[in-house]
Design a protein around this ligand. Structure first.
Ligand SMILES: Nc1ncnc2c1ncn2[C@@H]1O[C@H](COP(=O)(O)OP(=O)(O)OP(=O)(O)O)[C@@H](O)[C@H]1O
Length: 366
């Protein structure tokens, strides 16, 4: 189940924009770390930022937090430049290295956090996170374990009461309980305070149920952007038996993102160009993890910016060759075999949405 925040606090009803990037790019010497990055993230969402190593995720977070300046394009936080003092006060950025002063104790670090964030510091929140993570107050941060450092860094970020929380690999280094505590904290923060969260993570399975927005980068460019329901609804996972190496034409007629074969079975993730025809195969909605794995394994698959991620600013111009949105498709995809948007599979006599999870096996991609 994905989170559904109440409209009043999430900003969904107001349509407020937390982040809008237009043609955003950053170059290091001659090499582009991020290029032509265009998307909008509405306020109050928890956005998963996903991509292979070197895709540009940390670079994007640094640009959004104002730590790095763009080489081209623009990024706005609530309509303002990210480097402005007011925006920086409302933004917390947990960088990948979890930078802390190694000679300060945990208690001294929390005191410093309070002094640096007058009027915003939530001491009870910080103390609770540190206590639940069993981080000793009297130990120097340089002597903490990796998981304890992450816990303390999260405490500093949350206690700042940010409107925008940028978390670069916050779950890495945490044990399963720590990951569970952190994701619960994120959901509570977004629901209670309307905080917008951008969360980069490789733990694909753990993003489902936590995030409601998706931004996938690859090779420094946006590959997928939009509400998770919109993006998933534009795709289908088709599974069946095949007689030769080619996919059945009725399936190959869609945009095939990736095909896995195992023995005589195939499993194809397709971006639908309309309803998937009925046949001797099974059509279901892919899970978020299945969709992400398909795109990660198919770096040349065409990009998709769902309508929910299109910038609203007048500065945005659709460029020739740029095909945002889901052509010819209603917001949540075409009607599926069940006649409902999103095309959830309804097995005979079974509950709608029931699905089989045997999308595995090795084989050539289509
Ligand atoms: N300060 C820098 N100087 C030079 N190149 C850089 C710098 N920072 C990032 N890069 C390069 O930019 C590209 C994107 O890096 P970035 O750290 O943003 O990717 P990432 O998606 O966060 O990767 P990872 O998941 O491995 O942390 C990489 O090729 C990286 O080598």
């Amino acid at each position: 189940m994905r989170p559904t925040g109440t409209d009043e606090v999430t900003g969904r009803a107001s349509g407020r924009t937390a982040i809008e990037a237009i043609g955003l790019g950053r170059r290091y010497r001659r090499r582009w770390a991020l290029r032509d990055c265009t998307f909008r993230l509405p306020a109050g969402r928890i956005c998963a930022l996903v991509g292979p190593g070197g895709a540009g995720k940390s670079t994007l977070l640094s640009l959004v937090s104002g730590l790095t300046r763009p080489s081209e394009g623009t990024v706005r936080i609530g309509g303002e430049a990210p480097a402005g003092a007011a925006v920086r006060a409302r933004t917390a950025h947990l960088a990948q290295g979890k930078p802390l002063y190694p000679r300060l104790t945990v208690a001294e670090t929390l005191r410093l956090g309070r002094e640096l964030n007058p009027g915003r510091w939530n001491a009870r929140c910080a103390e609770r996170i540190v206590r639940e993570g069993r981080v000793p107050l009297d130990v120097r941060t340089g002597a903490l374990s990796g998981g304890q450092r992450t816990c303390l860094a999260l405490a500093l970020a949350f206690a700042k009461s940010p409107e925008l929380l940028l978390l670069d690999e916050p779950l890495a280094g945490l044990d399963p309980l720590g990951r569970h505590r952190t994701t619960a904290l994120l959901l509570a923060q977004a629901a209670e305070h309307g905080t917008t969260v951008v969360l980069s993570s490789d733990l694909l399975a753990e993003l489902d149920g936590v995030c409601d927005y998706l931004l996938v980068l690859g090779g420094g460019r946006v590959r997928l952007a939009g509400e998770i329901d919109d993006v998933i609804g534009a795709h289908a996972l088709v599974m069946g038996a095949h007689r030769d190496t080619a996919l059945p034409p009725a399936i190959a007629a869609h945009t095939v993102i990736e095909t896995q074969t195992s023995g005589r079975r195939f499993a194809a993730v397709v971006r639908r160009q309309g309803p998937v025809a009925a046949g001797p195969w099974e059509t279901v909605e892919p899970s978020l993890e299945e969709l992400l794995l398909a795109y990660l394994r198919a770096p040349d698959a065409p990009a998709l910016i769902a309508p929910s991620a299109e910038p609203v600013s007048a500065r945005w111009r659709r460029r020739p060759g740029n095909k945002p949105g889901i052509p010819g498709m209603p917001r949540n995809g075409p009607p599926g075999p069940s006649g409902r948007p999103g095309g959830r599979y309804s097995p005979p006599g079974g509950a709608a949405g029931t699905r089989h999870d045997h999308h595995s096996g090795k084989g050539a991609a289509a």
